[in-house]
Design a protein around this ligand. Structure first.
Ligand SMILES: Cc1cc2nc3c(=O)[nH]c(=O)nc-3n(C[C@H](O)[C@H](O)[C@H](O)COP(=O)(O)OP(=O)(O)OC[C@H]3O[C@@H](n4cnc5c(N)ncnc54)[C@H](O)[C@@H]3O)c2cc1C
Length: 373
């Protein structure tokens, strides 16, 4: 008889957990309150982004996730692209941080500082004017979250026999069981991967944890003309202040001061600008960061405009028309930790709080966790 596991939540954290358990021989059932994926995992850029992770265990985890994404999406026949990424440099202060990042990482990861000419060859969408160079990293992979999450669910169902109970909210969890309304289901292991829902299950645990919500605004263009490809995922200087991989670089404090003085609105709304292209030709653009327990439900047009203004200062596309705007919310640790993993009751685990790196780290994190069970 196989051991039974129940996973609550079918976002990327829940799906990664289900995969890691099922491939180890567990009989897994996944519950989600929603009949279709609607959480952060289908609202994101789809950037599997190892370059943002600091050298060491987190980079290793990101690279493991990357190889699992490629393996899973190849097996599922779903689109992905190994684009790599360019971080575009337009200020001397940005160049200084970038030079130090590349020098520090020389022996630990493949990345390079490109001249403007080489950067333009990699990404013809870039504007030459004001371009000082770019950090090239070959490790980034783009998935289309709206296809990748359902494809992963199908793979889990068909290849490792995970069962899905969608449209069923789990209302109570304890050692050895979950309840969905009046129904009770027994299991040897329960894993709660409830994303930004801190109130339904284990509210006391979440209240004690240093965890909050973060709201991000996003946009998608109409498909670019047939055959036009961005080539590589793009981001620019503001991104240097966003990811932990740049945190120790020389010149970062001066760069933050420069942004505070010259682009205070971008700092105030946590905006750093990234662009990825989907298989369908659309460009996904974003984003902003508003932190707090109760993010307001309304999107701010001026934030979208700030994102577009910054984007079109460093690159351009044949089709600028915006097809969709939306926001997503993720759970983020406020104490510097990169995830929240705890066992509040014997055999009941919570895995949450991966912040803006859930697509990059989940598949690797749950491999480490399940391997240590
Ligand atoms: C706009 C945006 C852009 C991002 N871009 C990137 C990126 O490019 N790269 C990257 O690595 N990361 C990115 N992230 C972060 C990443 O998307 C998140 O870290 C990740 O999706 C979180 O996954 P999750 O499974 O915890 O949450 P979710 O995807 O929100 O899933 C949680 C699920 O749990 C279900 N649930 C909750 N409570 C219950 C219950 N009681 N019963 C049943 N079901 C329940 C919900 O219905 C939901 O489906 C981005 C996030 C956002 C919002």
């Amino acid at each position: 008889m196989k051991n039974k596991a129940i996973v609550v939540g079918s976002g990327i954290v829940g799906l990664a957990t289900a995969r890691s358990l099922a491939v180890r021989g567990w009989e897994v059932t996944v519950f989600d309150r929603s009949p279709e994926p609607v959480g952060a995992s289908v609202r994101n850029f789809g950037m599997v982004w190892p370059v943002g992770q600091p050298t060491g265990p987190l980079l290793e985890r990101a690279l493991l996730s990357r190889s699992l994404w490629i393996e899973l999406l190849s097996a599922a026949g779903a689109w992905f692209e190994e684009t790599g990424s360019l971080l575009v440099l337009r200020q001397p202060e940005e160049l200084r941080v970038a030079e130090d990042f590349v020098a520090r990482n020389r022996n630990f990861r493949s990345c390079a500082l490109l001249t403007p000419k080489k950067a333009l060859q990699k990404a013809p969408a870039l504007k030459a004017e004001g371009l000082l160079g770019a950090i090239w990293s070959p490790t980034e992979v783009i998935v289309d979250p709206r296809q990748a999450v359902p494809a992963l669910m199908t793979w889990l169902q068909e290849k490792v026999l995970v069962q899905f109970r969608l449209g069923q909210a789990v209302t109570e969890v304890g050692s050895g069981y979950v309840k969905t309304g009046g129904n009770r289901m027994e299991a040897d292991l329960v894993v709660v991967c409830s994303g930004q829902d801190f109130e339904t299950l284990f509210p006391e645990e979440f209240r004690k944890a240093s965890i909050t919500r973060c709201k991000l605004q996003m946009l998608r263009t109409e498909p670019q003309p047939a055959g036009w490809r961005l080539g590589t995922a793009l981001c620019a200087g503001l991104t240097l202040t966003h990811y932990a991989s740049y945190a120790d670089c020389d010149g970062l404090a001066e760069l933050k001061k420069y942004y505070q003085e010259h682009v205070p609105d971008y700092v105030r709304w946590g905006i750093h600008v990234m662009a990825s292209q989907m298989g369908s030709g659309e460009l996904t653009l974003g984003d902003s960061h508003e932190y707090g327990p109760g993010p307001d439900p309304f999107d701010k047009q001026f934030i979208n405009q700030l994102i577009l203004n910054y984007l079109y200062a460093f690159c351009d596309f044949p089709k600028r028309d915006i097809r969709e705007t939306w926001h997503g919310i993720y759970a983020k640790m406020t104490d510097g930790r990169t995830e929240y993993v705890s066992e509040p009751e014997p055999g009941v685990w919570i895995i949450n709080g991966l912040g803006g790196a859930g697509m990059t780290l989940s598949l690797g994190l749950t491999e480490e966790w399940a391997g240590a069970l």
